[in-house]
Design a protein around this ligand. Structure first.
Ligand SMILES: Cc1cc2nc3c(=O)[nH]c(=O)nc-3n(C[C@H](O)[C@H](O)[C@H](O)COP(=O)(O)OP(=O)(O)OC[C@H]3O[C@@H](n4cnc5c(N)ncnc54)[C@H](O)[C@@H]3O)c2cc1C
Length: 426
């Protein structure tokens, strides 16, 4: 352990307790042969990074992807599953092609610690994976106690469904089992959080489902914010498609959330008490735990990066991409993570293989479905400045657009989905 600072030792070993000092990987291997790039997290950012690193280096890099889940369920389009437009299976994806077609070494395990001095990642299953460059893409973790009374255990009764998979299925089952005329209450998250329009697209999809199966049901949004993404578009859509069903209460009306009770479904705010038949609690968020334990986060809970390369400002050998990083004007979205992954992969290839690096181009579009064939979008392009990833131009759907345009916008989102999952998983 000589050479590991006390700070990093504390951060790393807390997370890797129980793992053998060298585990199954020999330190002697480190640095020999092809440069080693390890990616933590096989989501929108990490899977894309692993694929581009392997594909574009044509075997010159040894790429390892560490991801615990064998199936990745996209949060994007998970709201459409809740609305009945998609099956859960249709948003699940596996890592087989990354291994077979691109030669990525896919390790299904948790990364439990990063030893930044030794340049090794510790695994829950034992062993350490050495790296020359590390891409950290763990997405978000939820700050459960940002909502008083909420906890990991409570999320089994009041799902957040802000990581897709079993939580999303649980929320949908609860919505389908709601008593006639019951109340769905969403506690929306404070900024910054994953997918700014996501809570409001979800409300649209819950309303779509309830309109069919439980038309006298009510939806209440308890929001710690005063405004939200695409607000005029959502508000217009709710009035048009679901009149009288959706009530939005901002913080200026609501005050603070005092408590939630998972057993009774009671939510107490400064304004009033709400009895939820289904409560969807989306708490505040921070970078995935592994980033924090490795000392890559700042006081915001997210990871500062160098805009052009996505390199951590804390460690030159580590790039942080996706929801975990502070990406300037870019929102936390799958499209953003995918875009950042390509810039990071290019920077890594330039550093390790002397490949040519171009100024990175970043872009994002967030589509939201409000009702059948009624899609809206917001998007922008970005460039890396010295200070941040800065927006250069943008666009947004307009209120009052005709039905043909809204249908075309929805169809564009389906094309995007097919494209991005192919770009992530091959
Ligand atoms: C309801 C909803 C709707 C959304 N809709 C859209 C949309 O329409 N368009 C869009 O662009 N974005 C959308 N998003 C946002 C998008 O899902 C995220 O921004 C995106 O997934 C972030 O990518 P990421 O790679 O940073 O994290 P993730 O995709 O979450 O991937 C992180 C991965 O890291 C793994 N991981 C975490 N910790 C560890 C560890 N210690 N060791 C190993 N692996 C680890 C996790 O298992 C996970 O697979 C939506 C989000 C939600 C919640």
């Amino acid at each position: 352990m000589t050479g590991i600072s006390r700070r990093r030792f504390t951060q790393g070993v807390g997370a890797v307790a129980g793992i053998g000092v060298m585990g199954g990987f020999s330190r002697a291997v480190h640095g020999q042969g092809r440069p080693k790039v390890v990616v933590i997290g096989g989501g929108a950012g990490g899977a894309t990074a692993a694929r581009y690193l392997a594909k574009d280096s044509e075997g010159a890099l040894d790429v390892t992807l560490i991801e615990p889940s064998k199936s990745y369920y996209t949060c994007f389009f998970s709201n459409l599953y809740i609305g009945g437009f998609r099956t859960l299976e249709s948003i699940g994806h596996t890592y087989g092609k990354l291994a077979s077609d691109y030669g990525v070494n896919v390790v299904h395990d948790w990364a439990t610690g990063i030893d930044r001095d030794a340049k090794q990642v510790a695994l829950a299953g034992g062993g350490r994976v050495p790296y020359d460059r590390l891409v950290v893409a763990p997405g978000i973790d939820l700050i459960y106690d940002s909502v008083p009374g909420y906890s990991l255990e409570a999320s089994g009764h009041m799902p957040h469904a802000w990581k897709a998979g079993t939580q999303t299925a649980l929320l949908k089952n609860k919505i389908m089992a709601m008593p006639e005329g019951g109340t769905y209450v969403m506690i929306a998250p404070p900024n910054p959080y994953r997918c700014p329009p996501g809570p409001y697209e979800r409300v649209s999809m819950v309303a779509h489902q309830l309109k069919k199966t439980n038309p006298t049901a009510k939806i209440v949004i308890l929001d710690p914010k005063e405004t939200f993404s695409k607000q005029a578009l959502f508000t217009e859509g709710w009035q048009k498609h679901y009149p009288g069903m959706v009530e939005w209460l901002p913080q200026s009306i609501l005050g603070e959330i005092q408590s939630v009770d998972a057993a009774s479904g009671e939510i107490v705010t400064d304004l009033d008490s709400f009895k939820a038949d289904v409560a969807n609690v989306i708490p505040a968020q921070k970078a995935g735990m592994i980033a924090e334990s490795a000392g890559l986060t700042d006081d915001s809970g997210f990871c500062p990066i160098v805009p052009a390369t996505l390199k951590s400002t804390m460690d030159e050998a580590i790039h942080v991409i996706g929801d975990a990083c502070i990406a300037g004007d870019m929102p936390k979205s799958g499209f953003s993570a995918n875009s950042q992954a390509k810039a990071a992969a290019m920077s890594i290839r330039a550093d390790l293989l002397d490949a040519r690096a171009f100024p990175p181009r970043f872009s994002n579009t967030c589509w939201s479905l409000i009702d059948t064939d009624d899609g809206v979008k917001v998007g922008a392009r970005y460039e890396a400045t010295e200070e941040k990833i800065a927006k250069t131009d943008g666009f947004i759907s307009q209120t009052g657009e005709d039905a043909e345009l809204r249908k075309a916008t929805y169809e564009e989102s389906i094309g995007w989905y097919e494209g991005i999952v192919a770009d992530m998983f091959g």
